[in-house]
Design a binder for this molecule. Structure first.
Ligand code: SAM
Ligand code: SF4
Length: 328
């Protein structure tokens, strides 16, 4: 198994969107109360005293919507300036990004992933569950702002849902031709909204690649990410196309990440909460640094076991939280 050195940190479980594929339709989610959220200080303590000494050097800030976290720019700056931080990145829906992009960059953020499931404002609003004034333009301005500020790489995440946005795959792929944008197609997972998944199913990365190959051709990219995406390029394009194929392929043996929820639960795997631990309560109960490290090491050991079993049996585990609650 890979060295696990990458922590995805959910800064908040709340979101200003309600994407069909992420949140159960109509259901009320139990949001984390403010006093249950890890504070900035607690998060920094866990990073400095527990995760960094155990070899974690890459941190991705996510959510819910991470830009809803109060004083998020400050927190980015503090994590970026830890001497051992080699990489800090963020996944956002981009809605609040335009006025914050420069400050986030100045604070030390360099890599950003922005979700953009459609180029059609009506379809976009339908996907994100918006019934008011269209939100597409504001997200688009967030993407442009991030590009102008110099975020590199700038990745656009697309969850492909049959009959909803799969007809836009070529248009979305074409965004990589003239700009150094990296579009990543993510296979729709039955997590968060399994009713939609049951109704629609999912489209495999292989099918998407075939459609793109027929239109322009497709070569394997020289730029290889360190994440789960298989990276390709339209010949001559400035950007790349990534395919995250967690439904059609098992890449557990390449997995180098663990997830920390906004209320301090550390889980070994997106799809499996076996062995997860409540680091916030442990920290607040005054458990020693050595004991905290020991608990995290036990989760690392469980992770190796889960990955091995999943790879060999093709099973996925149990999940009781949505992507927005886990920190996708
Ligand atoms: N709110 C931010 C955003 O949307 O980018 C960050 C959190 S979101 C949970 C992180 C990523 O998870 C997004 O790229 C989203 O598209 C993806 N995601 C959410 N639910 C998913 C599902 N059921 N299948 C595949 N990807 C999903
Ligand atoms: Fe919010 Fe992101 Fe989930 Fe959409 S995918 S509801 S933007 S957390």
């Amino acid at each position: 198994m890979n060295q696990v050195d990458y922590l995805r940190i959910s800064l908040i479980d709340r979101c200003n969107f309600r994407c069909q594929y992420c949140m159960p339709e109509g259901a009320e989610l139990d949001y984390i109360l403010k006093q249950q959220l890890l504070t900035d200080e607690e998060l920094l303590t866990l990073l400095q005293e527990v995760f960094i000494p155990l070899g974690f050097t890459s941190f991705r800030l996510t959510g819910g919507e991470p830009l809803l976290r109060p004083r998020v720019v400050d927190l980015v700056g503090k994590i970026a300036s830890l001497p051992q931080t080699q990489d800090i990145s963020m996944t956002t829906n981009g809605f609040l990004l335009a006025p914050m992009a420069q400050n986030l960059y100045n604070a030390g953020l360099r890599r950003i992933n922005i979700s953009l499931d459609s180029l059609d404002p009506d379809i976009f609003d339908q996907i994100i569950g918006n019934h008011g004034r269209s939100r597409w333009q504001q997200v688009w301005e967030g993407i442009q702002a991030a590009y102008d500020v110099g975020f590199d790489p700038l990745k656009l995440n697309v969850v492909v849902i049959p009959g909803v946005n799969d007809h836009e795959v070529l248009d979305l792929a074409a965004l990589t031709i003239d700009k150094q944008w990296h579009v990543r197609f993510i296979e729709f997972m039955p997590i968060g909204n399994s009713q939609l998944f049951g109704d629609r199913g999912w489209v495999s990365s292989a099918e998407l690649r075939q459609a793109i190959r027929e239109r322009w051709g497709l070569t394997e990219s020289q730029v290889c990410g360190n994440g789960p995406a298989d990276v390709f390029q339209i010949p001559g394009a400035k950007g790349t196309l990534g395919f995250i194929s967690q439904m059609s392929e098992c890449f557990c043996d390449r997995c180098n990440r663990m997830r920390l929820s906004a209320d301090g639960w550390l889980r070994p795997c997106l799809l499996n909460e076996t062995g997860q631990i409540d680091l916030k309560t442990a920290l607040r109960n005054g458990i020693s640094t050595a004991q905290l490290q020991n608990q995290v090491q036990q989760v690392l050991a469980i992770k190796a076991e889960i990955n091995f079993k999943q790879r060999d049996s093709g099973t996925v585990g149990t999940y009781t939280r949505t992507m927005s609650q886990i920190g996708g």
